[in-house]
Design a protein around this ligand. Structure first.
Ligand code: F6P
Length: 365
């Protein structure tokens, strides 16, 4: 019987997931004694009774590298340590099913797992590794906020999409002499906002790492008006907030558990500018999940493909507890443990922020 490697995609989707799956399967098919099994919707597929597992062979993955999303499906709820269970009275609780997972892996003849996911998914990988599971991590997130890798796939595609949106807003802002606010994703980290603001030529960039002062933005608007250029383009990360203020969130219930989601930073800024007496017309656009969809750009296809090959080679080499990484233009691996200690945030003193400031972009600090 062949050795079996389980692969799963967890957390929010992002362009490039299918390219990773394709590369894993293609690399594994060079080994006669391995087969790749996909678990539907992250750990749900392997934990369900009956299981929802699918054999991933060359036929199944043909041509999928250009497709957005993930052919395996994904979820950012639950997982083996927090499996949601509904009580008889309708309330919800969570159960640790990790021991059961280990039994199921044995029953299904699974020798190793490749877990493709962001910080939450890799935290699960690390805890499973500490329980003796042969697991390897592949980092993914459009936010680019994972430590120990210079880039995650999905980020460049998101930046392309956001920059394309900003390019479009710039022409309508100029025509109407308006303030245009573009809210992009980025919970903890302002990478998407920063790259978009620089490459799209915004006047203002607001990111979670640098709480903003409204008066600085108003001063920029007045400066633009005085110079005859009445329009202003503002890129704001969803996690940005004013000095002394809070992130803009809304709360929804997920399996009985309240979960905070970020949204509204752009509209809040528009309302605050109006309340402060800004007379110029203001329009806010929330780009939202458009940034997570569609075909991955070339950079992300390349990175995802290399990550997939490397991840399976880590399995072959029994290098478990490791995560593939892209460091100094090289594909390598790091411990999952070090990758989840902290978020990869924009350094306000970095050359990138200096570059943005040098071309006239203000951050509200
Ligand atoms: O972490 C990636 C991300 O896209 C964040 O930028 C965003 O806040 C969050 O996921 C949205 O999650 P959901 O898909 O559950 O709405």
């Amino acid at each position: 019987m062949k050795k079996r490697c389980l692969v799963l995609t967890g957390g929010g989707d992002c362009p490039g997931l299918n390219a990773v799956l394709r590369a894993i399967v293609k690399r594994a098919s060079l080994e006669e004694d391995w087969e790749i099994i996909g678990s539907i919707d992250a750990f749900n597929g392997i934990l369900k009774e009956p299981t929802e597992l699918v054999l991933l062979d060359n036929e199944r993955i043909a041509g999928i590298h250009v497709k957005g999303g993930t052919i395996l499906g994904t979820t950012n709820k639950g997982g083996p340590f927090n499996w949601p269970v509904k009580n008889a009275d309708g309330s919800w609780t969570t159960r640790d099913r990790s021991d059961e997972l280990i039994e199921i892996l044995e029953r299904e003849g699974i020798n190793a797992i490749i877990n493709i996911g962001g910080d939450g998914s890799q935290a699960i990988s690390q805890t499973l590794f500490e329980k003796g599971v042969n697991i390897v991590g592949v980092p993914k997130t459009i936010d680019n906020d994972l430590m120990s890798t210079d880039y995650t796939f999905g980020f460049q595609t998101a930046v392309e999409i956001a920059t394309d949106a900003l390019d479009k807003l710039v022409t309508t802002a100029a025509s109407h002499h308006r303030i245009m606010i573009l809210e992009v994703m980025g919970r903890e980290a302002g990478w998407i906002a920063l790259y978009t603001a620089i490459s799209g030529g915004a006047e203002v960039c607001l990111i979670p790492e640098i709480p903003y002062n409204l008066n600085e933005i108003i001063a920029k608007i007045e400066e633009r008006t005085a110079s005859g250029k009445g329009f202003v383009n503002i890129v704001i990360a969803e996690g940005a907030y004013p000095v002394g203020g809070e992130m803009s969130t809304f709360r929804i219930n997920v399996a009985g558990k309240g979960k905070e989601y970020l949204q509204g930073a752009g509209n809040k800024l528009a309302a605050d500018l109006k309340a402060a007496g800004v007379k110029t017309d203001i329009r806010a656009t929330i780009l939202g999940h458009i940034q997570r969809g569609g075909s991955p750009c070339v950079f992300d296809r390349m990175l995802a493909t290399q990550f997939g090959v490397k991840a399976f080679e880590l399995v072959l080499d029994n290098k478990f507890g490791q995560m593939v990484a892209f460091i100094d233009n090289d594909i390598t691996d790091v411990t999952i443990k070090e990758a989840i200690i902290n978020f990869n945030l924009v350094d306000p003193d970095s050359y990138l922020v200096h570059t943005a400031k040098s071309i006239g972009i203000i951050f509200g600090d």
